[in-house]
Write a protein that binds this ligand. Structure first.
Ligand SMILES: *[C@@H]1O[C@H](CO)[C@@H](O)[C@H](O)[C@H]1NC(C)=O
Ligand SMILES: *[C@@H]1O[C@H](CO)[C@@H](O)[C@H](O)[C@H]1NC(C)=O
Ligand SMILES: *[C@@H]1O[C@H](CO)[C@@H](O)[C@H](O)[C@H]1NC(C)=O
Ligand SMILES: *[C@@H]1O[C@H](CO)[C@@H](O)[C@H](O)[C@H]1NC(C)=O
Ligand SMILES: *[C@@H]1O[C@H](CO)[C@@H](O)[C@H](O)[C@H]1NC(C)=O
Ligand SMILES: *[C@@H]1O[C@H](CO)[C@@H](O)[C@H](O)[C@H]1NC(C)=O
Ligand SMILES: *[C@@H]1O[C@H](CO)[C@@H](O)[C@H](O)[C@H]1NC(C)=O
Ligand SMILES: *[C@@H]1O[C@H](CO)[C@@H](O)[C@H](O)[C@H]1NC(C)=O
Ligand SMILES: *[C@@H]1O[C@H](CO)[C@@H](O)[C@H](O)[C@H]1NC(C)=O
Length: 891
């Protein structure tokens, strides 16, 4: 799991209330053993399949829908499942077959163990008001012109949006308070009920958000009514339907989501939105296909672009990557709200005042009021407590210790405090604004860490310096005395930038993803316990885009999904690139990160001109699209409009590093070179209601290394005399993806994964003819064989097999390269539709998939990846790499 372990660390990143990613995501290889989704061939049904599929199997779910006819099944003997599944896949009734994957709901950062930070609720908490006494404006609505749309009286009336998520707490006063006709949440379905993904589903007709909150947050972003936080939904006139797919452990499976998508469609949703994702990069992935079919049948579908922006390009997610599905990026709020703990301090046993603080790790478990000790009165000291504290420092064991944020690491300050017996660490910020993100994972002696604002800290220092006593109370942030307040700081430097975490395209087939974005960086919305919560990510930008579509549908009547998408994309505003060092660049963020840009909903509704489609992809060198067009329409019924057509290129991004193998994380290397676009017309005039098609040809940048796959892109601009300034994002890739080195001979090797006590780990590749000695008794094991496989690009099919080199006592099959295959290594292949993962490992003590215990003998491991755009039945379309030969011996 080395390749994916980074993802895990991210999920654990911080115990802070400035929430990061908050969306479900799946790792491709998390599958339910022996479970498969089967789609039937046209004209086939469950009864026919059952007859063909003797002996019998257990049905997990009937997937019998207008747009998908199939079933999910469970094969009980997981040891032979792979073989049995292959046999089932070849039955006449079967059109497609996929393993059932598990998706995990977000591990919210505010969780420690099973304890979650309380929400800001009407009773316990409040919104920090501005100094002029006004409630903070709804910044996300201003950024997207949704405020202006509401002023025009458009609120999404008559439109129903289906929310596929953890259910909705419809008893929340801001969410209508009831369920059923005439309520805000009109209908829905709970696929989980009192059951769970692993213990069996108990579906029922009540999609209450019983134990999560994510779906309730999504619902509020769309439709929340008046509330004390000013967090009105983007389409407060729209009704909702709720499809609960997550169990209380935050898990769901593909088949449940597939059923939810189809059920929402059949129950009449006008728009479907899903704030969940898994990594794949392949539009033929089943959930992406399911969403695409809904769109083909006239219902727009919005899905999160994913929160893995740090992993770089070519990291499209499902279902957002589906053709026609609107993949939604996230932009940072102009003024970010923060959830802070709220408490009190007492000066000289007399005056009591409020302050806000942010809990860090370790959280304050003990809310005892304690006097404050400060390590220095210099509020400009950049090295406060960076050196051991002076000898005359008393035992700090009974104090809350206040330290200025400095140039040394917090852990250094914490250690110096702990060395004097200190147990409670309160940092005060050295600059105005949001708290700094830190945690003291290594400070075992501490029992609490927190940060307060610069202003609070300096006021305390001043009081202490003047000889006052300051007693602070920091209650257990998870306990009953905790109070949460939502606080606004000054606009952040990243305001309006694409959120760094926003997932990046394109798909491996060069589909342009995402389409556009809405605001997802720090959004207040409804939560469980009738409270409010601040979350960030494409989970929260996605519902805003769905709501924007509802506003357009109310204003303009029914629209084809692709036209609706073009209305939003052509009027979106592209933002400049904001890099991982948080520096703005003087070039536009590429469409692979922002699509068309941040949606401008008023313009989308009232523009009298339209450009379609929502984006152009010139594909790679081998499949260069030569005949792309845009269509410009003058929608005005009585005015002639003249248009000027041009383009604004942005920097090209290299997909691969200098080594021509590995992808960039965080920022890709950018170069100013760009393509030149030519148009069959650069000016044209259209009468009322007329449309014209303009041909677009691209000449790629000439001086870039195609072996590093530079992605070039920009925006076609169409400016009209009706004051319209429309644009269409475009992209193309230099290099041939078919030639991409998904696997390399250097990228497959074996090492001993077992480190015996007192010994040094040995990651050196084992030489040819190495003999692995396995033992039945794990206690006696001296080594365990690990395979490392670099998977540099995605592959629609990846097979990794143990191959016999000598005589083999059991049965073998013939592999793609004519190899004598003993059995597959399922853990590495995850079925099919593989994302790029850098490298991954597999560890074995002599037993491989299907329970095969390797007999003594000579073997190698052979990995085969289908080339991008390759044909699985053509052997030359596979890249095949072989490990060195090894021997197996049993002790
Ligand atoms: C939370 O975890 C603790 C300790 O693991 C356990 O005692 C408690 O019952 C759990 N609470 C819930 C609500 O699951
Ligand atoms: C505050 O009250 C406590 C207990 O009543 C007392 O010990 C302490 O000296 C008082 N502090 C000040 C500054 O008056
Ligand atoms: C700290 O620095 C600020 C700004 O430079 C200055 O105004 C202030 O007087 C300094 N305070 C102290 C205590 O030196
Ligand atoms: C605050 O401290 C950090 C170091 O932790 C430093 O990078 C930053 O510049 C400081 N800010 C101010 C305003 O001094
Ligand atoms: C790129 O070309 C391949 C091969 O023809 C095709 O399958 C794929 O759909 C194309 N991608 C786009 C975005 O047109
Ligand atoms: C646009 O391209 C099409 C197909 O290549 C061609 O038939 C047509 O003449 C072109 N139109 C213009 C205005 O060049
Ligand atoms: C089109 O309008 C935009 C926004 O007003 C402007 O930045 C751009 O330069 C214009 N393009 C042309 C070709 O006039
Ligand atoms: C590995 O063993 C094979 C077969 O016994 C032999 O032909 C080959 O030379 C050996 N390779 C090495 C590097 O010893
Ligand atoms: C090999 O395959 C045959 C025919 O399918 C089967 O009867 C036999 O049991 C298999 N042998 C082993 C060792 O699996």
């Amino acid at each position: 799991m080395i390749g994916l372990s980074k993802l895990k660390i991210l999920a654990l990143a911080a115990v802070t209330s400035s929430v990061r990613a908050a969306s479900p995501r799946a790792e491709n290889r998390d599958v339910v053993p022996g479970a498969y989704i089967i789609e039937f061939e046209d004209g086939q049904d469950a009864a026919g399949f059952r007859t063909q599929a003797e002996p019998a199997y257990e049905t997990r779910m009937d997937l019998n829908f207008d747009l998908f006819k199939g079933v999910s099944i469970q094969l009980d003997d997981t040891d032979t499942a792979e073989e049995r599944a292959a046999a089932l896949a070849s039955l006449p009734a079967v059109k497609n077959m996929w393993p059932v994957r598990v998706l995990h709901a977000p591990v919210l950062n505010e969780r420690v163990g099973n304890r979650t930070l309380p929400a800001a609720t009407g009773a316990g908490a409040r919104l920090r008001r501005r100094q002029d006494g006004e409630v903070e404006p709804n910044y996300p609505h201003i950024m997207t012109q949704i405020d202006k749309v509401h002023e025009a009286g458009i609120t999404g009336k008559g439109i129903n949006i289906a929310v596929i998520d953890s259910g909705i707490d419809y008893t929340h006063p801001a969410l209508g308070g009831c369920f059923g006709d005439n309520c805000l949440v009109t209908h829905g379905w709970d696929f989980i009920g009192d059951g769970s993904v692993w213990d069996g589903l108990q579906p029922d007709d009540d999609p209450q958000d019983t134990c999560h909150g994510h779906g309730t947050h999504v619902a509020g972003i769309i439709s929340a009514g008046e509330n004390e936080y000013g967090a009105i939904g983007a389409a407060p006139g729209a009704s909702l339907s709720a499809y609960r797919v997550f169990d209380c452990n935050g898990q769901t499976t593909d088949e449940i989501i597939l059923a939810a998508i189809n059920r929402a469609y059949e129950e009449g949703a006008d728009i479907i939105t899903a704030s969940l994702w898994g990594t794949s990069g392949w539009p033929s992935e089943p959930l992406s296909v399911a969403a695409s079919r809904v769109v083909e049948n006239g219902v727009p579908f919005t899905a999160s672009a994913g929160n893995d922006g740090d992993i770089g390009l070519f990291w499209a997610s499902y279902p957002a990557q589906g053709d026609g599905v609107a993949s939604i990026a996230s932009f940072d709020n102009t003024n970010k709200p923060y959830m802070m703990q709220s408490s009190q301090y007492i000066v000289n046993n007399d005056t009591v005042d409020d302050f806000v603080w942010e809990q860090k790790y370790p959280p304050f478990w003990d809310g005892t009021p304690r006097p404050l000790w400060v390590t220095g009165y210099d509020v400009n000291n950049t090295a406060d407590a960076c050196e051991p504290l002076p000898d005359n420092t008393p035992d700090l064991g009974e104090f809350h210790v206040l330290i200025r944020r400095g140039n040394c690491h917090y852990e250094v300050q914490a250690q110096n405090v702990a060395d004097k017996g200190g147990r409670w660490f309160i940092s005060y910020n050295n600059q105005t604004g949001q708290p700094d993100a830190f945690n003291l994972w290594n400070s075992e002696d501490l029992e609490g860490a927190a940060q307060v604002t610069k202003e609070t800290g300096e006021a305390w220092v001043k009081a202490l310096e003047s000889g006052s006593e300051v007693v602070t109370i920091l209650p257990d942030p998870f306990g009953p005395d905790a109070k949460v307040e939502i606080v606004f700081f000054e606009p952040d430097a990243s305001a309006t930038a694409v959120s760094l975490i926003s997932g990046r395209g394109p798909t491996f087939e060069m589909g342009l993803k995402p389409q556009f974005g809405a605001v997802g960086g720090s959004i207040i919305s409804t939560w469980l316990d009738h409270g409010f919560y601040v979350l960030s990510g494409t989970s929260v930008s996605c519902p805003m885009a769905a709501a924007a579509m509802a506003l357009i549908l109310e204003a303009k009547g029914p629209q084809e999904p692709r036209i609706l998408e073009s209305m939003l994309s052509s009027t979106a505003t592209a933002q400049s690139y904001h890099n991982w060092d948080r520096q703005w660049q003087d070039w536009l963020a590429p469409p692979a990160q922002q699509g068309a840009g941040l949606i401008q909903v008023y313009d989308a509704i009232f523009s009298t001109s339209l450009v379609q489609p929502s984006g152009l992809s010139f594909n790679d060198t081998a499949n260069r699209a030569e005949d792309l067009t845009i269509t410009i329409s003058n929608l005005d019924s009585d005015t002639e409009v003249s248009y000027e057509i041009s383009h604004v290129p942005t920097h090209s991004l290299y997909s691969l590093r200098d080594d021509k193998l590995s992808h960039f994380h965080l920022d890709a290397e950018d170069v100013p070179d760009h393509a030149e676009l030519t148009f069959s017309a650069t000016r044209l005039t259209l009468g009322p209601g007329e449309s014209a098609v303009v041909n677009v040809t691209a000449t790629p940048p000439q001086n870039l290394d195609p072996e590093r796959y530079p992605l070039w892109s920009g925006f076609i601009t169409v400016n009209g005399t009706d004051d319209s300034a429309l644009s269409v994002p475009y992209q193309g890739l230099s290099g041939s993806l078919y030639e991409a080195k998904t696997l390399t001979q250097e990228g497959i090797w074996m090492y001993n994964n077992l480190v015996l006590e007192g010994a040094e780990p040995d990651f050196d590749p084992k030489p040819e003819n190495y003999t692995w000695t396995f033992t039945e008794n794990p206690e006696e094991a001296t080594e365990s064989a690990a395979l490392v496989l670099d998977v540099n690009w995605g592959s629609r099919q990846l097979d990794v097999n143990v191959v016999a080199l000598g005589d083999y006592p059991g049965n073998t099959t013939v592999g793609i390269g004519g190899h004598n295959v003993v059995g597959p290594i399922n853990e590495l292949t995850g079925g099919s539709l593989h994302p790029r993962v850098g490298y991954q490992t597999w560890i074995s003590d002599g037993v491989i998939a299907d329970g095969i215990k390797l007999p003594e003998g000579r073997y190698q491991i052979v990995a085969s990846a289908l080339r991008i755009f390759g044909n699985a039945t053509d052997p030359k379309d596979w890249i095949i790499v072989e490990s060195v030969a090894f021997n197996v011996r049993w002790a």
